[in-house]
Design a protein around this ligand. Structure first.
Ligand SMILES: NC(=[NH2+])NCCC[C@H](N)C(=O)O
Length: 406
């Protein structure tokens, strides 16, 4: 049995995967930041300091912090994993055969550490320039042959643990699709995760981890908007029902906008029955409860039952079998609420029931959380926040103490 997994958003956090900002952030320029999904150009050294302080806060609370790049480098010690990583990274149709075989030879000679850096920070055309054929001559010098992955910082999105299985997700934005090649490789080849059973996968319909909230054991809310598609939530529901990981999936439509790109930008759980929520959407958020009507051998043949839409808090409480899911009403005026939502005020990471990590800048939201009895662990995110992600987005819980009492 796997020793990893999570059945809620709030069970005591034991192991988490983070990504310390690295060379990939140094690739951002005012010309490519929109495409690479950053709203500014972060000061990398300060972002690293902020991130180290975040990791330290977690360690002080007994959390084991794993770094994605360490796991990747350890994974790349195996020749099979290296070959697989190189082939998938070079699969893009923009390269052509000459450049592809040149890069494959070049990458095969790299050490595991160097290869991790190439796979995450990418390779620009001018870094290999000269004598490698027509493609390299015609591409601009600053074109990327392997794209950098600045959004690796948001480890939440590229994999999700649901009980003892890991879902490798399928990311919607072209700038992020390669991230799941790396998480899939880690979970398949790294000795620590050997034997872990997987669901979903990058070849499936789009589902991003920021949209997946483990509301309670057996109840999963999935936001459907800019990233996770309607077909994505259906595929996800089929797989979790088939593997007996949940009894209800709540499909939650969210506005298809950058400010609300994931469900975790508008709400996060801070206790077994408390959720902090962006007040400007609290009254209008709806959910469709999806349950299993009939089993089948193949997940594609399961019969799903879809209830009529209901207010999210009502549908969630019913599915969680509790009287009320308490919304921590931040009671903010709409303008403050909108500013703090943009800065990920609602994007908290619970390290235990009633203990949540939050950006310090969201002064008003944090004050309301404390009034509601939540201990707020404040971290600074002036540079980290320029990628539009808070503590929840920047963390992938690998183990939490289960809330389920078997
Ligand atoms: N779970 C989250 N809210 N993740 C935030 C991801 C931010 C990232 N820049 C993107 O646009 O994809």
């Amino acid at each position: 049995m796997s020793t990893h997994g999570a059945d809620s958003e709030v069970g005591t956090l034991q192991t988490v995967m983070l990504h310390r900002p690295g060379n990939e952030l140094k690739r951002l320029t005012p010309r490519n930041n929109d495409r690479l999904l950053f709203d500014g150009i972060p000061w990398v050294a300060r972002a690293q300091e902020e991130h180290d302080a975040f990791a330290q806060q977690l360690r002080e609370r007994g959390v084991e912090v794993l770094y994605l790049t360490d796991l990747l480098t350890e994974t790349l010690a195996s020749d099979d994993a290296r070959n697989h990583a190189i082939t998938t990274a070079l699969a893009g149709l923009h390269l052509g055969d000459t450049l592809r075989s040149y890069l494959a030879r070049f990458l095969r000679e790299a050490s595991p550490e160097e290869l991790t850096d190439y796979l995450t920070a990418g390779i620009r055309n001018d870094e290999v320039r000269g004598g490698h054929g027509i493609v390299t001559s015609l591409l601009a010098s600053d074109d990327f042959l392997i794209d950098p992955l600045p959004n690796l910082l948001f480890t939440r999105d590229s994999s999700v643990w649901v009980r003892d299985r890991v879902a490798v997700t399928s990311l919607a934005m072209p700038a992020r699709t390669r991230e799941t090649q790396l998480t899939e490789l880690i979970y398949t080849e790294h000795p620590r995760f050997r034997g872990t059973r997987k669901i979903h996968g990058w070849h499936h319909e789009h589902v991003e981890g920021g949209d997946v909230l483990l509301m309670a054991p057996g109840v999963i809310a999935v936001g459907v908007g800019e990233r996770t598609t309607p077909a994505g939530v259906e595929r996800f529901a089929r797989q979790v029902f088939h593997a007996d990981l949940a009894r209800t999936v709540l499909a939650v439509p969210i506005a298809q906008e950058r400010a609300t790109m994931h469900l975790d930008t508008v709400c996060t759980m801070v206790d077994t029955d408390k959720i902090v929520m962006y007040p400007n959407v609290a009254d209008s958020l709806q959910a469709y409860a999806v349950t299993l009507a009939d089993r089948a051998e193949d997940d594609r043949d399961l019969v799903l039952q879809v209830a009529d839409a209901e207010p999210f808090l009502v549908a969630a409480a019913k599915a969680m079998e509790i009287d009320t899911l308490h919304q921590i009403d931040t009671g903010l005026d709409p303008v403050t609420a909108e500013r703090e939502q943009w800065d990920d005020g609602n994007n908290t990471l619970a390290v235990a029931p009633r203990v949540a990590v939050a950006y310090e800048r969201n002064v008003e939201t944090n004050a309301r959380l404390e009034e509601a009895g939540i201990e707020v662990v404040r971290i600074s995110g002036s540079e980290l926040g320029s990628g539009r992600g808070g503590p929840r987005c920047m963390s992938c819980p690998i183990s939490r103490a289960p809330l389920t009492v078997d």
